[in-house]
Design a protein around this ligand. Sequence first.
Ligand code: PLP
Length: 345
Amino acid sequence: MTDLPAPTLRLQLDSAALAHNWRTLDRMSGTARAGAAVKANCYGLGTGNCLPVLRDAGARDFFVAHWSEVPDALHHVPASQLSVLHGPLNTDETAFARATGVRPVIVSLHQTKLWVESGGGPCDLMVDTGINRLGIAPREISDPVVQALDVQTLMSHLACADEDSAMNARQLAAFRDVMPMIAHREASLTNSAGTALGGDYHFDLTRPGLALYGGIARREFVGKIRQVAFPQAAIIQRRELSAGDTVGYNASFTAPAAMPVGVLSLGYADGILRNWGGATFVHDGRHLPILGKVSMDMIVIDLSAAPNLTEGDWAELPYSLPDAAQQTAVSQYELLTLLGRRFGL
Ligand SMILES: *Cc1c(COP(=O)(O)O)cnc(C)c1O
């Protein structure tokens, strides 16, 4: 088939910033190594774009959530460096784990039995210390079937690491209590935010995700973590509005005077939700406010500040995650993972 023409929207990725963020988190992890959560297509930014950069920066421990995410990841890293956070639900999944050599993170007694009955072998073990999401209960650890596991990394997960909550210390204490109860080669407790809680929390391995991709989960990251993803779209039509003309669905914007506008080739199907209404695109430092409602595939912007812009020119949505989260009331995590497939990742 003939080649596809160049897309009219793109997610500019700053690979140097991504590598910088991993190295920063590795340094903030003290004597522990920083791993990398690469689930959900590297938080929406593309496994093929991000995983090689993280690997080349030095990451050696990667985490996906689903077994379906394994094949993509294995294009870039060896199976021995990959763990699947949801663990095996059934014998199809244990068979897939064994065939690929990827480590399951065992999260329940059910999974423990499945894994041991399938023949066992190295796995990670998630213990619940209070988030009550995935994880085996501390009282279940003495069960002989759990004791039969060959645990590479003993893990738990903090519920409130992005807050100065007393829950962090409680979970740390609970994790410390569990550690002597089962043989393991390494221990790991923190996500991005938890990495800033200090050396007591680091153990052997940290598991940052959000901060790799530019998220600022705590003030300690301000000025250290750099923006990675920059959504940009082409103007596909320029129009000249007259005073009184309205824009978009429900005619929610009315031009107060004659003005040039541009129709951008992206919308909520690309993850730019209607919450962005009233926000401002930029081009060369010029501010181009969104007019009216965000449509599925289009956003109309005011070109008054850059009246020479026309079809084929590009504008960028400022996507500094902490600012964007404040502006849209959408979390930094969601702002990343929403970014749609049409960005061509
Ligand atoms: C997603 C995830 C992480 C990464 O969390 P961030 O808050 O994105 O840094 C770490 N550990 C587990 C178990 C996870 O599910």
